[in-house]
Write a protein that binds this ligand. Structure first.
Ligand code: SAH
Length: 193
């Protein structure tokens, strides 16, 4: 199959993801931060994750990564598109539910409220589930051994270092309420983990 199809799919997905995030990013700058847990490691991992997200642009716009290309298959492309669409849907829903409680890093905001409804009802981290679905979609839809897995790897590293610290911060902030929420929910996949 012509790799231009994959290029168009990935570019559209990137634009949609940035488009969903942009208004929340702009608004979050206006909400006062009360507690900040962003250390140097978190900053490095955030930059790494952004770079991982942007690597497909190199593949789309230049021949630099062509040494790692492999043939595009219809089945993996379709699986990738399904995963990208599911990820983008969940990303939009989790942003809408978190509202002003969202931060790109580990922070407690002014008037921070514990969100436990909507897509937060069965899992505690739907936005991370969304980004894993998105990165899995990128892996499947993008026929290149470097640009395909770039976001899955870099976001996976950020997630691995962040998840316990985030839950610790939420426990400190919302104590018994968050403990009860943890007891009745899973992290990423409903009823599984
Ligand atoms: N881990 C969540 C949120 C990611 S954004 C998810 O994947 O959906 C990260 C910020 O969201 C954290 O700094 C924390 O302040 C906030 N947060 C995480 N879970 C929350 C919840 N259930 N209610 C309110 N804020 C939450």
């Amino acid at each position: 199959m012509n790799p231009w199809i994959a290029k168009a799919v990935i570019l559209a997905a990137m634009v949609v993801l940035v488009g969903i995030r942009a208004p929340h990013g702009a608004r979050s700058r206006t909400v006062k931060v009360l507690k900040n847990r962003r250390g140097p490691l978190e900053t490095i991992l955030l930059i790494l994750a952004w770079l991982g997200f942007l690597v497909p642009l190199i593949w789309i716009m230049s021949p630099l990564l062509s040494f790692a290309d492999y043939p595009l298959r219809m089945t993996t492309l379709l699986g990738g598109v399904a995963s990208l669409v599911a990820g983008l849907w969940l990303f939009q829903r989790s942003h809408a539910h978190l509202g002003t409680n969202w931060s790109v890093t580990l922070q407690v905001r002014e008037h921070h409220r514990l969100v436990t409804d909507g897509v937060y009802q069965h899992i505690r981290h739907p936005m991370y589930t969304a980004l894993f679905l998105y990165s899995l979609g990128q892996l499947l839809a993008l026929p290149n051994w470097v640009a395909g897995p770039s976001y899955l790897v870099t976001f996976g590293i950020l997630f691995a270092f962040r998840i316990r610290a985030e839950e610790r911060m939420m426990l400190e902030e919302f104590s018994a309420d968050y403990a009860a929420y943890m007891a009745r929910t899973k992290r990423l996949v409903p009823r599984v983990w």
